[in-house]
Design a protein around this ligand. Structure first.
Ligand code: GUN
Length: 280
């Protein structure tokens, strides 16, 4: 039986601490602002954006919310982002992904200066992470590191396996674990002996977007299992990439879905926005 890593509780604690820091910052230097840009009508994105704006309010960060239509042109999107780049009131810019197909995502994201890139997506911030230098770190993997720290799990010298190689989660996760002195393997859809590799992990982080993909036979007894997935099971119920009910019997620590990594992602966005404002 494993210990549940309670992301919801840690997120609440961190938001409480942030509220105080933001309030002090406001008294000394003024308001902290986050621009949240939603383009199009993707239902999941609408929910994420709403939650991000709500979370800003909770900690006293001013949010500037923009919604461009699904058929918006590249020029319209560039005009908006260009304005936000120049705005003194905006310390962080978040462009919710995915974008409608007619837009050049790379070009739009490249307009955001590294200092305002609170998602930690730009090449300079990713490069700094790779070189273990001060940077802004992508919210989800950063949240995972905070969870490990909170539960006294030190990756140093441990075997860490990251399942998934996305730019948003898998790759930055692997770099963070490497920077924390773990021995890191990144697995993906072409990996051979996937089961064996996963079963070698002291720390297993799963971010592939496939419901209950990681079964108990893929997990070492006593492993720490972090589930970044947000999927639906065969009954339409929210679940993760890990077969939680069975894996929890083998893991020493495990994150639930919901209530695990999810609440930490938005918290780290708030944290990154505070950091961006502090460094200006
Ligand atoms: N879409 C899915 N995850 C994210 C995220 O962390 N940031 C942004 N901007 N878009 C996303």
């Amino acid at each position: 039986m494993s210990v549940l890593i309670d992301g919801k509780a840690l997120a609440a604690k961190m938001r409480g601490e942030l509220r105080e820091k933001v309030s002090k910052f406001r008294e000394e230097k003024g308001e902290i602002g986050l621009a949240v840009v939603l383009i199009g009508e993707d239902p999941a994105s609408q929910v994420y954006v709403r939650n991000k704006i709500k979370a800003c309010e909770e900690v006293g960060i001013r949010s500037f919310s923009y919604h461009l239509p699904q058929d918006c042109t590249q020029a319209d999107a560039e005009a908006l982002i260009g304005e936000l780049v120049l705005s003194e009131r905006v310390h962080g810019i978040l462009v919710q992904l995915p974008l409608p197909a007619q837009l050049d995502e790379r070009k739009l994201l490249r307009m955001i200066p590294p200092a305002k890139d609170v998602d930690g997506f730009c090449a300079e911030n990713v490069g700094n992470l790779a070189m273990n230098r001060e940077t802004i770190v992508a919210c989800t993997p950063f949240g995972v590191m905070k969870m490990l720290e909170e539960y006294g799990i030190d990756p140093k010298g441990k075997t860490a396996v990251v399942l998934g190689r996305s730019n948003i989660v898998g790759k930055p996760m692997a770099m963070l674990l490497l920077n924390a002195d773990a021995t890191v393997t990144v697995c993906h859809s072409k990996t051979k002996n996937l089961k064996e590799v996963c079963a070698s992990a002291d720390i297993l982080v799963v971010a592939i977007g496939r419901a209950k993909f990681v079964t108990a036979d893929m997990v070492k007894q006593g492993a720490v299992v972090i589930d970044v997935g947000m999927d639906r099971d065969e009954n339409g119920k929210l679940c993760g990439d890990v077969d939680f009910e069975n894996v929890k019997e083998k893991a020493s620590y495990i994150t639930p879905v919901p209530g695990g990594v999810g609440p930490m992602t938005i918290t780290m966005l708030l944290y990154n926005t505070y950091i961006a404002a502090s460094r200006r």
